[in-house]
Design a protein around this ligand. Sequence first.
Ligand code: NAD
Ligand code: UDP
Length: 320
Amino acid sequence: MLINLVTGGAGFVGSHLIDRLMEAGEEVICLDNYFTGRKKNISQWMGHPRFELIRHDVTDPIRLECDRIWHLACPASPVHYQFNPIKTSKTSFLGTYNMLGLARRVGARLLLASTSEVYGDPEVHPQPESYRGCVNTIGIRSCYDEGKRIAETLCFDYQRMHEVEIRVMRIFNTYGPRMLPDDGRVVSNFIVQALKGEPLTLYGDGSQTRSFCFVDDLVEGMIRLMNGSHTGPMNIGNPGEFTIRQLAELIRNNVNPQLPLIEKPLPADDPLQRQPVIDLARQELGWEPTISLEQGLEPTIDWFRKVLGLQPGGSAEVSS
Ligand code: NAD
Ligand code: UDP
């Protein structure tokens, strides 16, 4: 039986991946330092004979036996990765370096959870994998964007120098149950604001775009990439493109159409547009998303209702 090491396994995406691996009868080691992950995301597997949990920081080396390394450990929300940007750079570089070292030692295949942020504020739209990006090296997002870029570089150098088997996945904005209510990302912010009866906060005028992938679709693409023969880099995301204002209207209309949208200052280096070209994933993995934004928002809103202790279908009164 294959032994899977999932770094960042107690986080949002990692815990959904673990569910899929456990349900498929595989063995899973979840490794996390709980910076943004929560034990309750994986509590359903605690005590299971095929599941182990290790509290560890990937910036320190670790020795263990495994066949597959799913390397997700890294904060993903701008609020979290900007909280301690030097630590974010360390996590991206040293964390990936340590996991590649482990992969080399034990002959494991490593999948890196990279990001659409490697394209920065793109001048090419939509973004194919061949686009090399437009990234600020010294801005407030650089610790994450440049961190993931060097992590990709390390993967390909370990492949060239040491024949480590790598898979590099560029994840576009993903949402779904188990996002943290206070993680600052746009989907969680808007849903929590709407459920609390608060105005929805558009940064800038809300004309910037993003493409939102439901987590179940993303995990399916991730598993296919790991099991296939293409190293990547490969975009995995939903090509449906929405302005942030459209997203706010969709969520508001779902929860409470009376709520106002208010504008707040746009953070520095906020990318204006983002949409994946997924031809490579279609061709190599036979993968494309199956869940529309409207469909995916439903279980996500239900999840936040539960987290906030609201009744099914309920939301708070409009607060002024
Ligand atoms: P998340 O913050 O929910 O999960 C990250 C996990 O990594 C958490 O459990 C956290 O505690 C853990 N972690 C952070 N630093 C660590 C360290 N030094 N040592 C050990 N564990 C550490 O974020 P997510 O949305 O689940 O993202 C997972 C991965 O996917 C990340 O690598 C992220 O960069 C990438 N990604 C996510 C998105 C998205 O929209 N969710 C988009 C692009 C890329
Ligand atoms: N955003 C917003 N209001 C919020 C949170 C985010 O308008 O309350 C915007 C943000 O400025 C960005 C987009 O939504 O343009 C996506 O932000 P997120 O932090 O989710 O992800 P990223 O910028 O990394 O794609």
